[in-house]
Design a protein around this ligand. Structure first.
Ligand SMILES: [Fe+2]
Length: 372
C-alpha cells in the first residue's frame, strides 16, 4: 500500500503527486498546486510553495540556479474547469453580441461559476480554478503588486483574489452589465489595502484587518485595547484614503477612473460606525456597497486553497449575508444581495435575466457622489 503523507493538514499518497517542470511553473502566476520536493535522504516530501501562492521571479531563479528543473506537484487545479470559465468570460467579452445575447451569456457564465460554489467538495471544482481563471481574464494590475501582496501579507494577497472574484460575481448578480465596469471592479479588489503593504505591516495590523472584515469598529477597539503606537493606529485608520491615493498611479488601467474612489469607503459601515469618515450607507451608492459587501463576505484565507475542502468555503457567504440582512432590516441592498445569491445558488435566475426594478445604476458617473 502507498505510504500516506500528512503535511500541514494535507493528506496525500505517492499517487497524488505529479511531475511539474520549473519552466512550466515560470509561466504561471498563481501556483496551480502545492509544489513539493522530496528529501534525498528518506524521500519525505516538503511543500515549498502552496497552491494559490504567487510564483515570483525569486522562486524561479533560486531553483534554476540550484540546477533543479522539476518538482512534484500535489495538483489542485483542474485545467478543463479552468478553461470552461475562461471560455465563458471570453464569450461575454465579445463586442459583436446584442443585449439579449449578452444576458443569455451572463446566465451561462453564472451557471458555470455556480458549480464552484455548489460542488466545491469535488476536487475539480476547487475554488482555485475559479480564482485563476478570473485573474487570467480580468486582471490589469501589474504583477509586482501581487508579488508585494504575497510577500508582505498572504492574508491580503489571498483575500484580494477572492474579493476581486466576488466583485465580478456580485456585480453581475446585482445588475451591472457593463463589462468594462466589472473589469474595473475586479482590479479595484487588488488595491483596497495597498497602503498597508509596507515595512510597517505588523501582527496588530493583520489582526485588526481580520476583525475589520466583519465589523470595522471591532478593529479600532482592538487597536486601542492593545495600545498600539499612534503611528500604527493612524496607518490603519487612514488606510482607505491612503490606499486610494496610491491606487491613482494605476488609473490608466481603469476604464472608469471614478471607480477608484470606492477604495475610500471600503471600511465604512451602514450605521456610520466605520472609518475613516464614519459616514453611513445612506450616503453611499449601490456600487460602493458592492465593494463593502464583497470584502465582508470573503472567508479567512486558510480554508481557501485546501486540497480536500471539508467545508464549502462559500457557506460563509450565505451565513454572512443572512447576518447582515438581519442586522440591517431596513437595508434594501442586503435584502437584494441575499435574494440574488439564493437565485444564483438555486439557478432560479429569472427568465428576463438579471435586470431588476431595483437594479443599481450602470452609470459609473453616478459614482463618487461623496466628496469628502
Ligand atoms: Fe481595508
Amino acid at each position: 500500500m502507498d505510504e500516506i503523507f500528512n503535511i500541514k493538514n494535507l493528506q496525500f499518497s505517492e499517487n497524488d503527486l505529479d511531475f511539474i517542470q520549473l519552466n512550466d511553473l515560470a509561466n504561471e502566476m498563481i501556483s496551480p498546486g502545492h509544489i513539493v520536493v522530496r528529501s534525498r535522504v528518506n524521500g519525505k516530501p516538503f511543500i515549498i510553495l502552496r497552491a494559490g501562492d504567487f510564483i515570483d521571479d525569486y522562486f524561479i531563479e533560486k531553483y534554476a540556479t540550484a540546477g533543479i528543473s522539476s518538482f512534484y506537484q500535489l495538483k489542485i487545479v483542474n485545467r478543463d474547469q479552468e478553461e470552461k470559465i475562461k471560455y465563458k468570460i471570453s464569450e461575454l467579452m465579445s463586442n459583436k453580441i446584442n443585449e439579449w445575447e449578452r444576458n443569455n451569456r451572463n446566465v451561462e457564465f453564472l451557471k458555470e461559476v455556480q458549480k464552484f460554489f455548489k460542488n466545491s467538495q469535488e476536487s475539480q471544482y476547487s475554488v482555485l480554478n475559479l480564482l485563476r481563471a478570473m485573474n487570467a481574464k480580468y486582471n490589469c494590475i501589474p504583477l509586482n503588486i501581487f508579488e508585494k501582496n504575497s510577500t508582505i501579507s498572504s492574508l491580503i494577497y489571498q483575500r484580494n483574489l477572492m474579493i476581486s472574484t466576488l466583485m465580478v460575481i456580485f456585480g453581475t448578480l446585482l445588475g451591472i452589465s457593463d463589462l468594462k465596469l466589472l473589469k474595473d471592479l475586479y482590479n479595484l479588489g487588488q488595491l483596497l489595502d495597498i497602503s498597508l503593504l509596507k515595512s510597517g505591516y505588523n501582527t496588530f495590523i493583520e489582526e485588526a484587518l481580520k476583525l475589520s472584515y466583519h465589523q470595522s469598529k471591532d478593529a479600532l477597539v482592538y487597536l486601542k485595547k492593545n495600545k498600539v503606537h499612534p503611528e500604527v493606529y493612524r496607518t490603519f485608520f487612514y488606510h482607505p484614503v491612503k490606499s486610494y491615493q496610491l491606487a491613482t498611479q494605476f488609473v490608466h488601467h481603469f476604464n472608469y477612473p471614478e471607480v477608484l474612489e470606492l477604495i475610500k469607503f471600503h471600511h465604512e459601515e451602514l450605521d456610520g460606525t466605520g472609518f475613516p469618515q464614519g459616514i453611513s450607507y445612506q450616503e453611499l451608492g449601490h456600487i460602493d456597497q458592492i465593494t463593502h459587501l464583497c470584502q465582508q463576505l470573503v472567508p479567512y484565507e486558510e480554508i481557501i486553497f485546501s486540497h480536500h475542502q471539508e467545508k464549502n468555503p462559500f457557506h460563509a457567504i450565505e451565513e454572512r449575508l443572512s447576518i447582515l440582512k438581519k442586522a440591517n432590516p431596513n437595508s434594501m441592498f442586503f435584502k437584494l444581495a441575499e435574494k440574488k445569491w439564493k437565485w444564483f445558488l438555486e439557478l432560479t435566475i429569472p427568465k428576463e435575466g438579471i435586470t431588476l426594478d431595483q437594479a443599481p445604476t450602470n452609470n459609473p458617473l453616478a459614482l463618487g457622489k461623496i466628496n469628502p
